[in-house]
Design a protein around this ligand. Structure first.
Ligand code: PMP
Length: 382
């Protein structure tokens, strides 16, 4: 007898496969969304200070009060709102956990959860493990991955309990506008449908854009949970720490699960982040990553790869490789890593049923010299 895998996604995902292959091949690694550059020296210092000052035991279940206060203050001032307070913020061990726990708090067996593909790979298994029925709405390449509101409207049924959305979007780099939020508001108006809003790249938006958070949407801000990750904002993906923002009622439901899944989150990291939030420059990440995006785009300008819509946010840029290869995207990503020592992620990783597009995602949260070297190699492939 063997244990049943309780979801239909791949047991070992392509992110792990590509990261291992990139390491094995010593490739210039533009695959997984993790920075390869140093973190802010103040964060190093603050983490050390936390341990030395004895912040080494369990933190309160909902997170250190000082951290939740600084998160609320930062959000209220950034979005000119008074929605956030320590009661509406819960500290989590990262956003993957936040999404899982939000689903566990909201859905019951047999409830349908709508999500949009291409989608970050944890959504589908998190819905299924929690007993939900995933209902995917596929955004098409020929349509520039534009959100098809009619399709979303048609996907809603009497069993729909939640919609899981992502802005800024991994992997397309699309950033939701107020018009998008208004369309969603119209669809869920008067229904008991909750919105789980994955906003891990909230601070990484380019060309003067503004991220618009789910919790700011007054028509449904008692039915939304916005999910964040310090990993992305501060380039500390390995710290695995983030937070959720939701009404007091949803936060209570979330915490009722959270207290039994992990109880509390790494105390020294919470201490360090509470202090760091008081001194950091909120625009630094966007500025730095916009320059890296441009370095990649300019570097690939004369290559055989065709750039899709310029990323408006996130760590990622999509490229079509159909002019240089007939391989499917998984084979192409592996071939590129092994033969040319540049690692990437195939777009099919973001679909339950892979599409036939020949598209790969490059991560530009990398040292400039890694981006430059990878671009130089890619320019010479024809
Ligand atoms: N959502 C999206 C869209 C992501 O890209 C990622 C990380 N790649 C996560 C969630 C997970 O974030 P964390 O590491 O904080 O769990």
């Amino acid at each position: 007898m063997s244990l049943r895998i309780r979801h239909t996604a791949s047991p070992v995902n392509i992110f792990t496969v590509m990261t291992n292959l990139a390491r094995q091949e010593k490739a210039h690694n533009l695959s997984q969304g993790l920075p390869d550059y140093d973190i802010a020296p103040e964060l190093n210092e603050l983490l050390r200070e936390a341990v030395i000052n004895g912040f080494n035991q369990y933190a309160p279940m909902q997170g250190l009060l000082e951290l939740r206060e600084h998160i609320s203050d930062a959000l209220n001032s950034r979005y000119n709102t008074r929605f956030c307070s320590p009661d509406t913020v819960t500290v989590t061990p990262g956003a993957t956990y936040g999404i899982y726990t939000a689903l566990a708090a909201i859905i019951e067996k047999g409830d349908e959860v709508i999500y949009l593909e291409p989608a970050f790979d944890c959504y589908l298994p998190a819905i299924e493990i929690n007993g939900g029925i995933p209902v995917s709405v596929t955004l098409e390449r020929f349509n520039n991955f534009d959100i098809n509101w009619e399709k979303i409207q048609n996907a809603v049924s009497t069993k729909t309990k939640a919609i899981l959305i992502n802005t800024p979007h991994n992997p397309t780099g699309y950033v939701w506008t107020q018009h998008d939020w208004d369309q969603l508001a119209a669809i869920i108006d008067g229904k008991e449908i909750y919105v789980i809003s994955d906003e891990v790249y909230d601070s990484i938006v380019f060309d003067g854009r503004q991220h618009i958070p789910g919790f700011l949407q007054e028509p449904f801000n008692n039915k939304v949970i916005s999910i964040y990750s310090f990993g992305k904002a501060f380039h500390i993906t390995g710290w695995k720490i983030g937070y959720c923002v939701a009404s007091k009622a949803i936060s209570e439901a979330f915490r009722s699960i959270h207290q039994y899944l992990t109880f509390s989150v790494n105390t020294p990291a919470q201490y360090a982040l509470a202090k760091y939030l008081q001194i950091y420059d909120p625009e630094e990440a966007a500025r730095m990553l916009q320059a890296k995006r441009d370095l990649l785009i300019n570097g690939l300008h004369s290559s055989g790869l065709r750039q899709l819509t310029t990323s408006a946010g996130t760590y990622f840029q999509l490229y079509d490789y159909s002019e240089i290869s007939n391989l499917n995207d998984v084979e192409f990503a592996q071939w590129l890593t092994v033969t040319h020592k540049v690692a990437t992620i195939p777009l099919s990783a973001f679909y339950k049923t892979p599409q036939k597009d020949r598209i790969v995602r490059f991560c530009f949260a990398k040292k400039d010299e890694v981006i430059e070297k990878a671009a130089e190699i890619l320019r010479h492939i024809s």
